[in-house]
Design a protein around this ligand. Structure first.
Ligand SMILES: CC(C)(COP(=O)(O)OP(=O)(O)OC[C@H]1O[C@@H](n2cnc3c(N)ncnc32)[C@H](O)[C@@H]1OP(=O)(O)O)[C@@H](O)C(=O)NCCC(=O)NCCS
Length: 178
């Protein structure tokens, strides 16, 4: 998948990550985890090495039911949306995704464009029939974004995360793909 979309302030280029993106993706993740309390890592905790990340990205590229999308403005990586699934026959039609946009680029339509690309990819696989995600209960921006695209709240996972020494619940949301 590769596409260019106009967003506020310029053109967003979206493409699948390749192993050579590994170093920059690690840098990106270490920036965005420090920009909100919404993600599954503590700041500085993401220690995946470049070789390991290269293998992870190669694995996404090879799989027909997983994708790792990166969004660029100019040459800067400004967004990621990645959907992971399983090879097991009973699970390969479903998967969980995560997404983020660098804080300096929020509210320009980038999150929405990344999610559109992810849903379109899922529909195009002919395999994925359900997309799920977990979002912390206080992340109104993300919840609004997902609801805008038809995701339904399907449950609450209590004590799903421990952030700053406190348990945090997450909302489980899902979208069925026809
Ligand atoms: C959530 C996130 C991905 C949104 O990205 P974004 O590029 O700012 O979003 P967009 O500009 O595309 O906005 C799309 C929609 O999201 C919702 N939204 C985004 N920011 C919002 C805010 N501050 N308050 C309420 N709704 C918001 C709205 O529904 C918006 O549609 P609208 O413009 O028609 O109102 C971004 O804030 C982010 O990366 N946050 C940190 C990481 C994170 O929370 N990831 C999700 C983990 S589940």
């Amino acid at each position: 998948m590769k596409r260019e979309v106009q967003v506020k302030g310029g053109t967003l280029l979206i493409r699948e990550a390749v192993p050579d993106d590994a170093e920059r993706i690690i840098e990106y993740i270490n920036v965005v985890v420090g920009e909100s309390d919404n993600l599954g890592f503590d700041p500085g905790e993401f220690k995946t090495g470049v070789d390991e990340e290269r293998k992870i990205l190669a694995n996404y590229l090879e799989a027909d039911n997983m994708v790792y999308l990166v969004g660029f403005m100019e040459d800067e990586r400004v967004a990621i949306a990645n959907f992971s699934s399983s090879k097991r026959p009973r699970r390969r039609h479903t998967g969980e995704f995560g997404m983020s946009v660098k804080k300096a680029y929020w509210r320009r339509g980038i999150g929405q464009t990344m999610l559109e690309a992810l849903i379109e990819w899922a529909k195009g696989t002919g395999i994925i029939r359900k997309m799920i995600l977990r979002v912390v209960t206080y992340n109104t921006a993300a919840i609004c974004l997902y609801e805008k695209f038809g995701f339904k709240r399907v449950g609450i996972i209590t004590r799903d995360l421990m952030i700053h020494g406190e348990f945090v619940d997450t909302i489980l949301m899902g979208l069925e793909i026809d």
